[in-house]
Design a binder for this molecule. Sequence first.
Ligand code: SF4
Length: 212
Amino acid sequence: MPDTPSYTPEVQESIDQNLDTLQKLLPPSGVWLAELNDVVMSWQEDRLTTDEANVAVRRIADRCTGGTSSVTACKEGCSHCCYQAVAVNTWEAERIGRFLQQEPVRFPYSPTPPDIDGMQVKYRGVRCTLLTDSGRCAAYEVRPLACQTYYNVSSYSSLCRVPETEVNTLVPCLDVRILDIADVALNMHTSVYRDIREFFPLNKVCNQSQRS
Ligand code: SF4
């Protein structure tokens, strides 16, 4: 598939075609929305722990986005999206830390909402510290929800080349914001949200420090 740096009619056509295919491939939104609602309700009624509910939300995210790479621009080994801000909460950082056997930086709890805009400016074009030199995620199995759900539904990976573009809002993604809302509901009273590079400024597995 040819790459193009701009949002052309061809790009739009590929988005329409891919979304059509994805609609047949992915579970109907009504099904997973009902599951998500059940998870949050169960958590509110203490039938699920926060840990169990967080894992359940990420399983649903997998089902909403799993297999999309067979249709979309996102292919194994592509890491364009690993050069931008990735908001991660404390629960995710601890889980990634256990997976990597590396302690994350621990931040005191604060009810202050995360400065997502500031993160986007600060980390645009900065390589994620979990990205290996072979272009893979060192913690793919437990990667953050933000990474799980970030899929370029066009056929043009060039739209994701953050360092070469002015803004990253050009990337057409699946609209699964409701998963983020559920995530915030589960974690807002116990977690802080920081960019992943702040939790893991140096990845011992990848043996690299922050660099662009
Ligand atoms: S956590 Fe993994 S998938 Fe997410 S930006 Fe970092 S390397 Fe990429």
